[in-house]
Design a protein. Structure first.
Length: 241
């Protein structure tokens, strides 16, 4: 595969989806950097998971090591405090009057992409890569490709450069995301995701399930568990190249 020389910035939370997106970007771009966001999330343990996943990918995949560039964490706690959601406060996780889960942080992905674009502009990176998905997701309107298309156009106009927002998981089920990880990095990448990534909304690292660590009850754990079970039932295939 001919690598894209324009470079990519991965919105990297340290979870299963963003870890898969990081591998996807490293497989395609000559230079890949990562950015994370501290918005006061209850599962702040994911900020530590980011370091472990990056380190393990660099150690296990020498063909990617030289492409993996700088990492930074942006402090947006003041934004996270505005929403007062179950992601940032001690609230129960349930469905609100609008039919959205109380883990929805209004405008989170829009804010993340704006900050990421500012970083990418200064780092001369043309692609923003995110793990947004509208197939198996928790009901967030800012995960839809329609939202990404509008944001992509806004960033291009507002920053006067040809940004692209790449969402490799957008049409995939969680089972297919596991399959994509297998296709990209085989069993070593699957093991890194299981042992080192963090997806649970409650930040639970005490319980190890077949699909990785988590409380086993929050929406993120439920989706991940269902995807893992479906992938196992299918025989742990890789995505078709």
């Amino acid at each position: 595969m001919t690598l894209n020389p324009t470079g990519a910035l991965v919105l990297f939370s340290g979870g299963q989806d963003s870890a898969t997106c990081l591998a996807w970007a490293l497989d395609r771009f000559e230079r890949v950097e990562t950015v994370g966001f501290d918005y006061g999330q209850r599962h702040g343990v994911e900020l530590e998971a980011r370091k472990s996943v990056r380190a393990m990918i660099a150690a296990e995949f020498p063909q990617w090591r030289g492409r993996l560039g700088e990492d930074r964490v942006v402090d947006v706690r003041s934004f996270g405090a505005i929403g007062e959601t179950a992601m940032t406060a001690e609230r129960s996780i349930e469905i609100d009057a609008r039919g959205l889960p109380t883990t929805f942080v209004p405008g989170r992905n829009l804010v993340f992409l704006t900050y990421a674009a500012a970083v990418a502009d200064r780092r001369d990176l043309a692609h923003l890569v995110g793990g947004m998905c509208e197939t198996d997701f928790s009901g967030y309107p800012d995960c839809r490709r329609q939202t990404m298309d509008a944001m992509e156009q806004a960033l291009r106009l507002g920053m006067d450069r040809p940004f692209a927002i790449d969402t490799p998981l957008m049409k995939l089920t969680k089972a297919e995301t596991w399959a994509l990880a297998k296709q990209l990095g085989g069993e070593p990448l699957i093991e890194i995701i299981l042992e080192h990534s963090h997806t649970c909304y409650l930040g639970d690292r005490a319980q190890r399930h077949a699909y990785g660590y988590g409380c086993g009850r929050c929406p993120a754990c439920e989706l991940r568990s269902q995807g893992w079970d479906a992938w196992i039932s299918a025989g742990r295939p890789a995505m078709a190249a």
